[in-house]
Design a binder for this molecule. Structure first.
Ligand SMILES: *Cc1c(COP(=O)(O)O)cnc(C)c1O
Length: 359
């Protein structure tokens, strides 16, 4: 069986929208897309007058090089959020079927599934001395039992921070071969010291990897994410995507951000975050009132408190906004703290130390 057999039956011969930019024709007078013949008076460069290239070759090639795949295995889009939504819409029949998620996890998998009328089946992470760990056996069982087309894994996990062992991901894909696509969301992979699941694609066509420029590459505002998968699946996803998903200024910004000098600077910043992560974790773990600091392979720490409310308030009073995780399953006493600049991390420690004193 081919991986495209996992696509919705009713979309297998779907051609999608043919935009003016998808026709490959030549000419020097372009009157096929109802664009204005003049640039906007406020836009001196005049580059925004035209609809953008749906998948610019230069960007796709650069991203593929960065992530270690072939350009045909990569689809760029409006953040990984768009990729999540595309996968749900292309693989799940509306109002039917299921996807599997591993809570506590990133909320967008369930949001996209619910908006599409697809059941969300949960295989919760296990809280172990080593951190929040994926129960691969439960994930496989949940997927087979619910006949899920999609399994969303997050590595390193948000908010858990744990990176998944690749051999377990590969074994899961093997068990679900012909049944489901295993999606590995690697939004925080740059901060991890373990290899990317892109390495598994050659042997496992039912794995897709999500990457983004929003975190380590500091380009959240440009909204550029990628899905990396089998070329046949990528071609099918492209037919389901909006006609012009990438805004021209964002493509330009992304290409700038991925130059050799910029990548070197990004790597240096990531190294600072990794060092600060260890320093902040050690300092927080030594504070009274801190129950547990989870090990993290990402750019944040998940922290449990005796009194999370008081810690949250102290931080706010000090002008520091962190993510309140108390509504997440099993995390009723937890906050998620993004690693900031060294002096910002010092302020976090001071505020939490004060919370303990006044508690
Ligand atoms: C932040 C985050 C994303 C969002 O990525 P965008 O490319 O900005 O849409 C995706 N997945 C996880 C797990 C995240 O934490």
């Amino acid at each position: 069986m081919s991986i495209t057999d996992l696509l919705r039956e009713d979309l297998r011969d779907f051609a999608g929208y043919r935009s003016a930019r998808t026709e490959s024709v030549a000419g020097d007078v372009w009157l096929n897309a109802n664009e204005s013949p003049w640039p906007n008076a406020g836009e001196s460069a005049g580059v925004l007058r035209r609809y953008p290239d749906p998948q610019p070759d230069a960007l796709r090639a650069r991203l593929a090089e960065l992530y270690g795949c072939a350009p045909a295995q990569l689809l760029a889009g409006r953040g990984s959020d768009e990729a999540i939504d595309l996968l749900v819409r292309a693989l799940c029949m509306p109002g039917q079927g299921a996807v599997v998620v591993t809570p506590p996890t990133f909320g967008m998998y369930a949001v996209s599934a619910r908006l599409h009328g697809v059941q969300v089946v949960e295989a919760p992470l296990r809280d172990t001395p080593g951190g929040l760990e994926c129960d691969f056996h439960a994930v496989a069982g949940a997927a087979l039992e619910s006949d899920a087309r999609l399994v969303f894994l997050c590595s390193p996990g948000n908010p858990g921070g744990t990176a998944l062992p690749l051999e377990r991901v590969a074994a899961l894909a093997e068990r679900l071969r012909g049944r489901a696509l295993v999606v590995v969301d690697e939004a925080y992979q740059e901060y991890a010291d373990s290899p990317s699941a892109v390495a598994l694609l050659a042997a496992h066509a039912n794995i897709a990897v999500l990457r983004t420029l929003s975190k380590a590459h500091a380009l959240a505002g440009a909204r550029i994410g990628s899905v990396i998968a089998d070329p046949g699946l990528i071609a099918a996803l492209r037919r389901c995507q909006a006609p012009y998903p990438l805004a021209a200024p964002c493509v330009h910004a992304a290409l700038q951000a991925l130059g050799a000098a910029e990548i070197t600077a990004t790597r240096a910043n990531v190294a600072v975050v990794v060092a600060e992560r260890a320093r902040l974790a050690a300092r927080l773990a030594g504070l009274p009132g801190v129950r547990r600091v989870y090990p993290s392979s990402a750019n944040f720490l998940l922290v449990r408190f005796d009194d999370a409310q008081s810690a949250f308030e102290r931080l706010l009073a000090a002008g520091i906004v962190v993510r309140d995780m108390r509504a997440a399953p099993g995390l009723g006493d937890a906050l998620r703290i993004t690693i900031g600049l060294p002096e910002q991390n010092d302020r976090v420690v001071e505020a939490i130390a004060e919370a303990a004193v006044t508690a």
